[in-house]
Design a protein around this ligand. Sequence first.
Ligand code: FAQ
Length: 311
Amino acid sequence: MDKHEVAFNDLIAQDLKIEPRDWMPEKYRKNLIRQVSQHAHSEIIGMQPEGNWLLRAPSLRAKQVLLAKIQDEAGHGLYLYSVAETLGISRQELVQQLHEGKAKYSSIFNYPTLTWADMGAVGWLVDGAAIVNQVSLQRTSYGPYARSMVRICKEESFHQRQGFEIMVQMAKGTPEQKEMAQDALNRFWEPSLMMFGPHDADSAHSSQSMKWKIKRESNDYLRQKFIDRTVPQIEFLGLTVPDANCKWNEETGHYDHSPFNWDEFWNVVEGNGPCNAERLEHHKKAQSDNAWVREAAYAYAQKTDISAVAQ
Ligand code: FAQ
């Protein structure tokens, strides 16, 4: 082991942060780019299912709140692309990997948002699941990633509350509204649990990522934490958990649940979910329609000699 590797291992062992100028193993760098870019793409692609409801929000207040939330997600994507750039990859390459299907984004965003109650379910469940995962990532070993998570978690917490507020309004509203809330929960429950990734036994990256402290908790641990925290909220709403086997287990101190449909998960991850093609096409079109903005910014930067501008 050379002295660089010893110093790197030492920083990890002491729970200190690895910073962009520190030496790091090539596999650590590549694995981080993979995870952070997947995270960034998720934030950006994740704007689409909610953007679908912006022009149909039921009040001006609801529209303002949803708009602010979606703009936050754009900000999260930008912080995370910047984190990935500190690892020596350009924004252009990251977007190209997404378009070529080499980089993934969260499976959850490949499901359609069919009713206004889905805006409640997305904020409450999807942002709720994202928070459980991201709170643990505040302690990730890569400094810029850990620091970006602090602000992101604060904002996700507002998103979770805005979603829960919609769910309360719907679940305590008319019978039809309550039915819509239940239907949204039914459709988003299992896909939200799958955001945490495959079972630990099938998680290709977990073992190495945990050793390097890129990941601080396992997929199954975080998924169970989310279930335990969310089932009482479902009960508060007067809704039914869409899983007959989801019952409190005195012995384990956790809620049991049915086995998940992993075939569906892998099918969506491999690009065959209900909205995969639509999401990617929309992103490619936006990228090409807006090319002139990047070109103009680049031309302006060259004229004014701002050498640090991203291409
Ligand atoms: N979807 O070995 P593992 C949000 C892939 S942010 C698609 O367990 P890892 C905010 C995985 O990439 C949501 N693919 O992987 C918001 C790997 O394939 P690869 C995003 C998945 O990395 C709300 C393979 O399966 N959050 O929602 C998924 O150790 C509302 C094997 O899996 C993050 O990205 C999946 N669900 O653990 C925005 C958090 N799960 O790359 C807008 C950061 C796994 O070898 C609106 N990421 N795969 O080709 C992580 O914590 C981790 O990457 C995990 C997966 C836990 C997601």
